[in-house]
Design a protein around this ligand. Structure first.
Ligand SMILES: [Zn+2]
Ligand SMILES: [Zn+2]
Length: 286
């Protein structure tokens, strides 16, 4: 038998064919199909629990602790149900497969057996659990690492900034630019390139001023090739500009790097989620 078929069968057995119970919005959410648009434009439909497991697989390596994987499972399931209810920016699908926009999505059977088993176990053991806000599934955003803490998202009232107790060293990067290099990145910089950063919540760059021009923190991070908008800048002895970037990803919601550290220290997935989304609740949906 082909190995992918074995995984599929193992997965089907793990998920099981349990009768519908009905959840928050009166359907059997277990059978909700999530549509994912691949980079080649093809739209695939997968069951929500398989979608959850596939996203956990894509984070394997960063997330290795079972309780951190369970927290991720609950967050992804909540986001999937939220999009199923409210739609998303894509219109023609629930998610795309780009990690910069939605989630990296590859079929479960494309991962090593051990990874798939780990992910299915995390999905299975939290099956039906979602994060809710005022009784509705929450759009639980996820970030690889917030470095110093997460940030408040204006769009969703339950995504509020949470300061990390210990700053992450693993996802801290330093990048040095000469004035000429900065000129290339931003254009029009003068000889003594004047860079100023206005920081906000938990150290994230709100905007950067380069020679009098204002650039948003996220856009500046993208142009500089930094992994997060959580960065500061300083000048070294030679006049170069040294950027120190803390963390990776959007900085919103569940911090996977912190979740991993908390799980290693003995926290369960419910307390990890409670810390990441203090305004919301965990609810068993099916
Ligand atoms: Zn997308
Ligand atoms: Zn980290």
């Amino acid at each position: 038998m082909k190995s992918w078929l074995l995984y599929f069968l193992a997965f089907a057995a793990a998920i099981g064919a349990v009768p519908a119970v009905g959840g928050l919005y009166g359907e059997d959410e277990r059978s909700v199909l999530i549509s994912v648009k691949r980079s080649d434009g093809v739209i695939e439909s997968v069951g929500i629990e398989e979608f959850v497991a596939a996203v956990i697989c894509s984070e394997y390596g960063e997330v290795n602790e079972p309780e951190a994987a369970k927290a991720l499972a609950v967050a992804v399931r909540s986001a999937a149900l939220y999009v199923d209810l409210h739609g998303c920016r894509h219109g023609d699908c629930d998610f795309c497969d780009s990690p910069d926009c939605c989630f990296l999505f590859l079929p479960l059977e494309s991962y090593p057996a051990e990874t798939a088993r780990f992910a299915v176990e995390a999905a299975k053991s939290t099956e039906g659990f979602i994060i809710t806000y005022r009784g509705e599934p929450a759009m639980a955003l996820i970030t690889l690492c917030s470095g110093t803490g997460t940030r408040t998202c204006r769009e969703y009232p339950y995504i509020t900034g949470v300061k990390r107790e210990t700053e992450c060293e693993k996802h801290k990067t330093v990048k040095t630019f000469t004035v000429a290099e900065l000129e290339k990145v931003f254009g029009g910089a003068k000889e003594e390139s004047d860079v100023c950063i206005v920081s906000g919540e938990n150290g994230y760059c709100e905007f950067m001023v380069v020679d009098g021009r204002m650039i948003g923190g996220g856009e500046a991070a993208g142009k500089l090739g930094l992994t997060s908008a959580n960065f500061t800048a300083d000048r070294d002895g030679d006049g170069n500009v040294v950027f120190v970037c803390r963390g990776a990803g959007s900085g919103y919601g569940l911090d996977l790097c912190e979740a991993e550290a908390l799980a290693r220290a003995g926290s369960g997935y419910k307390s990890i989620i409670g810390r990441a989304f203090p305004e919301s609740e965990i609810c068993e949906n099916y």
